[in-house]
Design a protein around this ligand. Structure first.
Ligand code: KIV
Length: 271
């Protein structure tokens, strides 16, 4: 539900319809009110309140440190801003793996306190029991396979996943298991394009890719990356739509210069 209590336009049913009609799904991350408002105005289909907030908002190396309270704070800020897009919230590391009761109570807390529309969890067979329990409460769940950043210490690197048959076959099995469990969509991160296309053709639910090629049903990027806020992060899958780092640096530098030279404020900028 939106701020005004109206039902949002993009629902799980609408996303399924989009896949069936071949309409691509556009998803971006947001973590705050102001950018979520602009994303809504631009016509985005899904806003992901990603645990990438740990990286781009808080400066952590990995997504692991972000807490449930912090994710709820970001989700509340986004939900307050939007009318049309579906708002999906990442369940943070340590709040759903291995303990189904904790998974359900974490999921219910996010949904109750943020009024978001759905949750996202990382992993396949390892988390299927938690996924089943969360789904049994009526909360829509989006899966996430391939490169799953919450498992970075297991993988050891952020390189492309599932290049070998064994890992690719497990990914396909996991994707089918998540669909059969009742997930409404899946994110596939950093895998070969041919595998992304195969999963999208086998599954009925929408597949949203990030570094998974063009044969999937939609795309997601981290907003800070596509806006060029951080010029040091340049994976091959990233398309930059702006160079906000340089624009903001320029604005800050000019402001400092104007204050130091007493150019700001001028006569028209005071009472
Ligand atoms: O946390 C996040 O932003 C994500 C996207 C990269 C899909 O999970």
């Amino acid at each position: 539900m939106s701020v005004e209590g109206k039902k949002r336009v993009i629902t799980t049913q609408r996303l399924l319809e989009m896949k069936q009609k071949g309409e691509k799904i556009a998803m971006l991350t947001a973590y705050d009110y102001s950018t979520a408002r602009i994303l809504d105005e631009a016509g985005i289909d899904i806003i992901l309140v990603g645990d990438s907030a740990a990286n781009v908002m808080a400066g952590h190396e990995t997504t692991l440190p972000i807490t449930l309270d912090q994710m709820i704070y970001h989700a509340q800020s986004v939900v307050r801003a939007v009318h049309n897009p579906m708002v999906v919230v990442d369940m943070p590391f340590g709040t759903y793996q291995g303990d189904t009761r904790q998974a359900v109570s974490s999921a219910i807390r996010i949904m109750k306190e943020s009024e978001a529309d759905a949750l996202k969890v990382e992993g396949g067979s390892e988390v299927i029991e938690s996924v089943n329990k969360i789904l049994s409460t009526g909360i829509p769940v989006m899966g996430h396979l391939g490169l799953t950043p919450q498992s970075i210490h297991k993988f050891g690197t952020y390189s492309v996943r599932a290049k070998e048959d064994e890992e690719a076959n497990k990914l396909i099995e996991d994707a089918i298991a998540l669909e059969n469990a009742g997930c409404f969509a899946l994110v596939l991160e950093k895998i070969p394009a041919a595998l992304g296309e195969k999963v999208a053709s086998v599954l009925k639910i929408p597949i949203i890719g990030i570094g998974a090629g063009s044969g999937v049903d939609g795309q997601v990027l981290v907003m800070h990356d596509m806006l060029g806020l951080n010029n040091e992060f340049s994976p091959r899958f990233l398309r930059r739509y702006h160079n906000l780092h340089d624009e903001i640096l320029n604005a800050f530098t000019n402001y400092i210069k104007d204050v130091k030279s007493s150019d700001f404020p001028n006569e028209g900028e005071q009472y």
